[in-house]
Design a protein around this ligand. Sequence first.
Ligand code: BG6
Length: 486
Amino acid sequence: MSAQPPQAPAATLVILGGTGDLTRRLLMPALVNLCGDGLIGDDLKIIGVGSREGDDEMLRGLLDEFVAKGPCWDKLRGCISYLPGDFTTDELFEALKGKVGDGNAAFYLATPGQFFGPIVQKLAKAGLMEESDGRFRRVLVEKPYGHDLASAHELNEQILTCVAESQVYRIDHFLGKETVQNIMVMRFANAFLEAAWNNRYIDHVQITAAETVDVGSRGSFYDATGAMRDMVPNHLFQLLAMVGMEAPNDFTADAIRTEKAKVLKAIRTPTAEEAKTEAVRGQYGAGRIGDRDVTAYTATADVASDSKTETYVALKLWVDSWRWVGVPFYLRTGKALAARDTEIVITFKRVPLALFQETQVDTLPPNRLILQIQPDEGIHLCFEVKKPGAKIDTASVSMDFAYADCFKIGGRTGYETLLYDMFMGDQTLFQRADQIEAGWAAVQPFLDAWAKGEGVMEDYAPGSAGPAAADALIARDGIQWHALGA
Ligand code: BG6
């Protein structure tokens, strides 16, 4: 049996944007779960900072309805205080300094992205980021980290002139998902996969993050962002990096992050011409998903009625590394689609010789390994067997591992691991500056092409699998997307 991990050290967690949605829906429930696991103790102080007027009781009351009631919440509730103020003023940070005191502290930037750089500068100016006398001072930065390559680079520069990389924890919440972390374990704790994990045996890789939810109340953020910026250089590339990385020299944060950065840097930058043809974007119109009416994207509150922002994107990419050269990676993500389905499908090459011509099985389907990230987390291996009977005939079957059959899962936000690791000073699951920039660099030509109105843009019906042009993108190579929800 493995030993219980140690409790996180005493610290103050300052959440800038403390009254916001992220704090209520994800961070506070995660802290309650960590308390339940015995991984944080009574020595955690939480300070919420926000622009709204109010006192400690206001913030506690706001959080009440979002957390599981019980002894942990009772304990944490008493550790929460509130500081109202304006992020753009020095006074707020002076006041914060008084409240934080001298011990360990972490500053969680749960604010709109344009405040990230200025807030870190003000934290540093107030002396809040100084790591003296053995105390740590860390900053957690939410996504979106920049808006494109240039702004991400500028944000890295702004932050890294004030604090060291070892103090920066760039969040990508996909990395807090158990099944995403499991990709590394599956690859590096099982010898049998490694032999086939390369361009000699793998035909192509599909990475999908499909959602049934629409943009809803996030119109203002989403219209300025779009599916590509919201999901691809961050979440989907993290999945790509886990699949594509080489084995690290050891399991330390920098060894792992170096290998992941190498894969991201190996994604071939599309030429201006390829940027028009190797991606498809789409926008959902009005319709229904099941018994739910979906308003057209352009009729969503805070979205421009002539918006060209994409709610779906599909791309074909190449990874120019020794292991992956020649293996296309197809990525897609979108909102208001037929099913919630986040998965990686690895399709292997066909057998080199069809031995069974006499029995109409000369076109054997390729083997597939499906890593199901959500929902119904699991791993499925699809392969061929002989159908019982006198003649040789084959059938496709699947060997299925469902997490829920073997382990207790669920009830987690994904932020538990991330917060705990940050308190423990483990940066493995956080993005390093070079990873962020490599991700943006790979998608920048597509963003540039779209800004000029180039490339394919097509509407799709809510509840569908996305625009028909995305099917055509992959059909060009004689392939089909793995069916959503299958
Ligand atoms: C967020 C995006 O980062 O990830 C959202 O901003 C998206 O648009 C969400 O819905 C998806 O995360 P999950 O964990 O629900 O798959």
